[in-house]
Design a protein around this ligand. Structure first.
Ligand SMILES: C[S@@+](CC[C@H](N)C(=O)[O-])C[C@H]1O[C@@H](n2cnc3c(N)ncnc32)[C@H](O)[C@@H]1O
Length: 333
């Protein structure tokens, strides 16, 4: 199996460093190494470790699939290829181009580039717009510099590395991306959930998509989605406490516009109604820029008996937001 390359063009420069650390961390098992970092274009080389047969194209795709909502929002292009993206001169030297068995299809690209490529490629290169009759796909990406630099790569068709299209339709609220980024790798099927600060319903719709059994949504605002599994308590969390005190939840999420101390206070009040095995996801809104974070997190960790606590700056978080994820697993008695 040929080792793959991951090509990504970010939307704007501000997300570039986050993508670099995201891939070098998330794809460290594949030895992700940054080969090209030009303008908004990033190219990583990856390796299937020879002694780990499970780390193959299928597992790489499933790893990336869980982050599709991030890519669809913060990258204008992402694809995997089995040939190293190269300049035009190197593409012309590729023996595949003169192989009579090879028929190329151009991957989606700008109409101008498509036209010039069709005109410039040697006439011996066979091309077809029809996927079923072509043996390879020619990908072309450009940097955002002026003048742009172009990189080309040839991937066999059908590609073993095809990423599915990003999820659609677009979510009703951009907050959706925060939860989808944080919880993508957790099993949410049949969970009982509570969503504090749920209006207009981005987080709730994500949880429903992931197959939860039911959700109590607490927010004085309007919920823009309807679902049989959803109950909306149209009030502040402080006023809902009595009504929910007899319930039990597996998942608690909170994106309410409140100071982190208040959000953590909400958690302290709900620990008693969480199942032993539970997941909690809270946006910490550092609106006044001041927060003695470490101490409070340690307190909530000990008090709630959580064994996993992660505070991170998600792609989808605003400048003064951080995401806190807490997990408590079942104690073995
Ligand atoms: C950023 S929005 C939440 C967006 C939501 N996560 C989504 O995906 O649609 C913050 C919400 O917090 C709610 N909120 C603020 N204080 C609250 C409180 N004490 N209890 C419940 N909701 C509160 C506001 O009404 C607002 O709708």
């Amino acid at each position: 199996m040929d080792d793959p390359f991951l090509v990504l063009r970010t939307c704007g420069h501000s997300h570039k460093n986050r993508f670099i650390s995201f891939f070098t961390t998330n794809l460290s098992e594949y030895g992700a190494e940054l080969m090209t970092n030009e303008g908004s274009l990033l190219i990583f080389s990856l390796k299937y470790p020879p002694n780990s047969p499970l780390l193959n194209a299928t597992s790489l795709l499933s790893n990336l699939r869980s982050s599709l909502p991030i890519f669809s929002r913060y990258a204008s292009l992402i694809f995997l290829t089995t040939s190293p993206p190269c300049p035009y001169a190197d593409l012309l030297a590729d023996p595949k181009l003169s192989d009579p068995e090879v028929t190329l299809k151009l991957a989606k690209t700008s109409p101008e580039l498509k036209k010039s490529l069709i005109n410039d490629l040697p006439p011996s290169v066979k091309m077809s717009p029809d996927s079923s009759s072509c043996t390879h796909t020619l990908e072309c990406v450009s940097t955002s510099s002026s003048p742009p630099k172009f990189y080309y790569s040839l991937t066999p068709n059908p590609s073993p590395l095809l990423l599915p299209p990003p999820p659609s339709p677009p979510p009703i609220c951009r907050s959706y991306y925060k939860l989808s980024e944080s919880l993508s790798s957790y099993n949410l099927l049949h969970k009982k959930c509570i969503d504090i600060g749920s209006s207009p319903g981005g987080w709730t719709s994500y949880l429903l998509e992931r197959g939860v059994d039911n959700i109590i949504c607490v927010d004085p605002g309007v919920m823009e989605i309807k679902d049989d599994r959803l109950v909306h308590m149209k009030c502040k969390f402080e006023d809902a406490l009595l009504d929910i005190s007899s319930l039990k939840f597996d998942v608690l999420v909170c994106d309410a516009n409140v100071f982190p101390e208040v959000a953590v206070g909400f958690l302290e009040k709900t620990i008693g109604i969480m199942e032993e095995e539970c997941l909690v996801n809270v946006t910490l809104k550092l609106t006044n820029g001041r927060w003695e974070g470490e101490e409070v997190i340690e307190r909530i960790k000990v008090m709630g008996g959580f064994d996993e606590v992660k505070v991170e700056w998600l792609f989808a978080n605003g400048r003064k937001e951080r995401n806190m994820l807490l997990r408590r697993s079942k104690k073995i008695s």
